[in-house]
Design a protein. Sequence first.
Length: 371
Amino acid sequence: MKNNIYSIAKCFQLEGSIKSIEPLGEGYINDTFIIVTEGSEFPNYLLQRKNKQIFTDVPAMMDNIEKITSHLKGKINAVGGNPLKEAMTVIRTNADQLYLIDEEEEYWTVCLFIEDSVTYEKADTEELAYAGGKGIGKFQRMTSDFKEKLTDILPGFHNIRYRFEQWDKVLSEDPVGRKKDLRKEIAWIEERRDEMLAFWKLVEEGTIPIRVTHNDTKINNILFDQKGDVLCVIDLDTVLSSTVLNDFGDAIRSYTNTGLEDDVDLGNVSMDMTIFKAYVQGYLSETKSFLTEVEADYLAFSAKYITYEQVLRFLMDYIDGDNYYKIKYREHNIVRTHAQFKLLQSIESQFEEMKFVVKEALLTTASTLKK
Ligand code: GN1
Ligand code: MG
């Protein structure tokens, strides 16, 4: 593997010579490495082996990423920003491709490592949540006039109708016999099915518009600078055309959680209203110019929607025998299910106040919302 990974890295257009390659981060899907080069005049790089079971069309995924990052860099240049720091930069192979396929048919990609950046696993302060909301809001604003077509590389990704099709199939097959012990958890999903489908219908009918969306807006997918301002949104693997509400909801799922996504101590897990408020304010400061009234009305609901979907996805993977998410121990997916359900309950119990917070934040911006 060691020699192999060096020879893979050497197939990309890197500046400087390689000093080391080490694993990086805790992603559930891809394998990520940092390539450190000799000499401070040369940049470092991120090397990734893409999960080809999940990303079945890596060429289309990289094409999407290239289109979006080019668009972002154009915007950043236009306002005199630094496109190498404020957007991801894809590094091509020596054969000028956006990815490399190795002898084992694995797909590899490289992007520039952005120095002096900081990532967080939790939003401990309101300032960080405000900055994160601004970061995702800015990403959405900068892509709101993107006209090219993105390939839908993950059909149905945040589409609950599609998730229920997968769910019904897994439940009827029950491949590893785990269903019998999960009556309570299965009921959590079924009790909320209609409510979730009713929301998704608004997207299907076009009442809620389709835009460029990131689809994985956890806090650790944002790079901050040393001062705590947002530098850049990373992990563009899941960039698709969908509703921006998914990005808002997924961020709230991550930022406002007072515990961990897989916390074994459910007492740690709840939705923090002050963090929610700060995120909303940061987010609306960037997005008020293009959001519609309907989108704004459903911001709070989207947190319920995406957290619910995450409960479903973890539980479904557990019932399916743990084929999707990487797990660290046998019960990991059911622990994640319980922790995310606790968060969902906390969101549900504070839902009216969340809507009020959004309304209040909108009061100053309402006149600019589109009908
Ligand atoms: C996965 O790639 P990563 O680890 O950032 C997943 C997200 C989930 C998340 C849960 C392609 O994200 O949808 O919300 O885990 N990505 C994919 O932490 O399924
Ligand atoms: Mg991801």
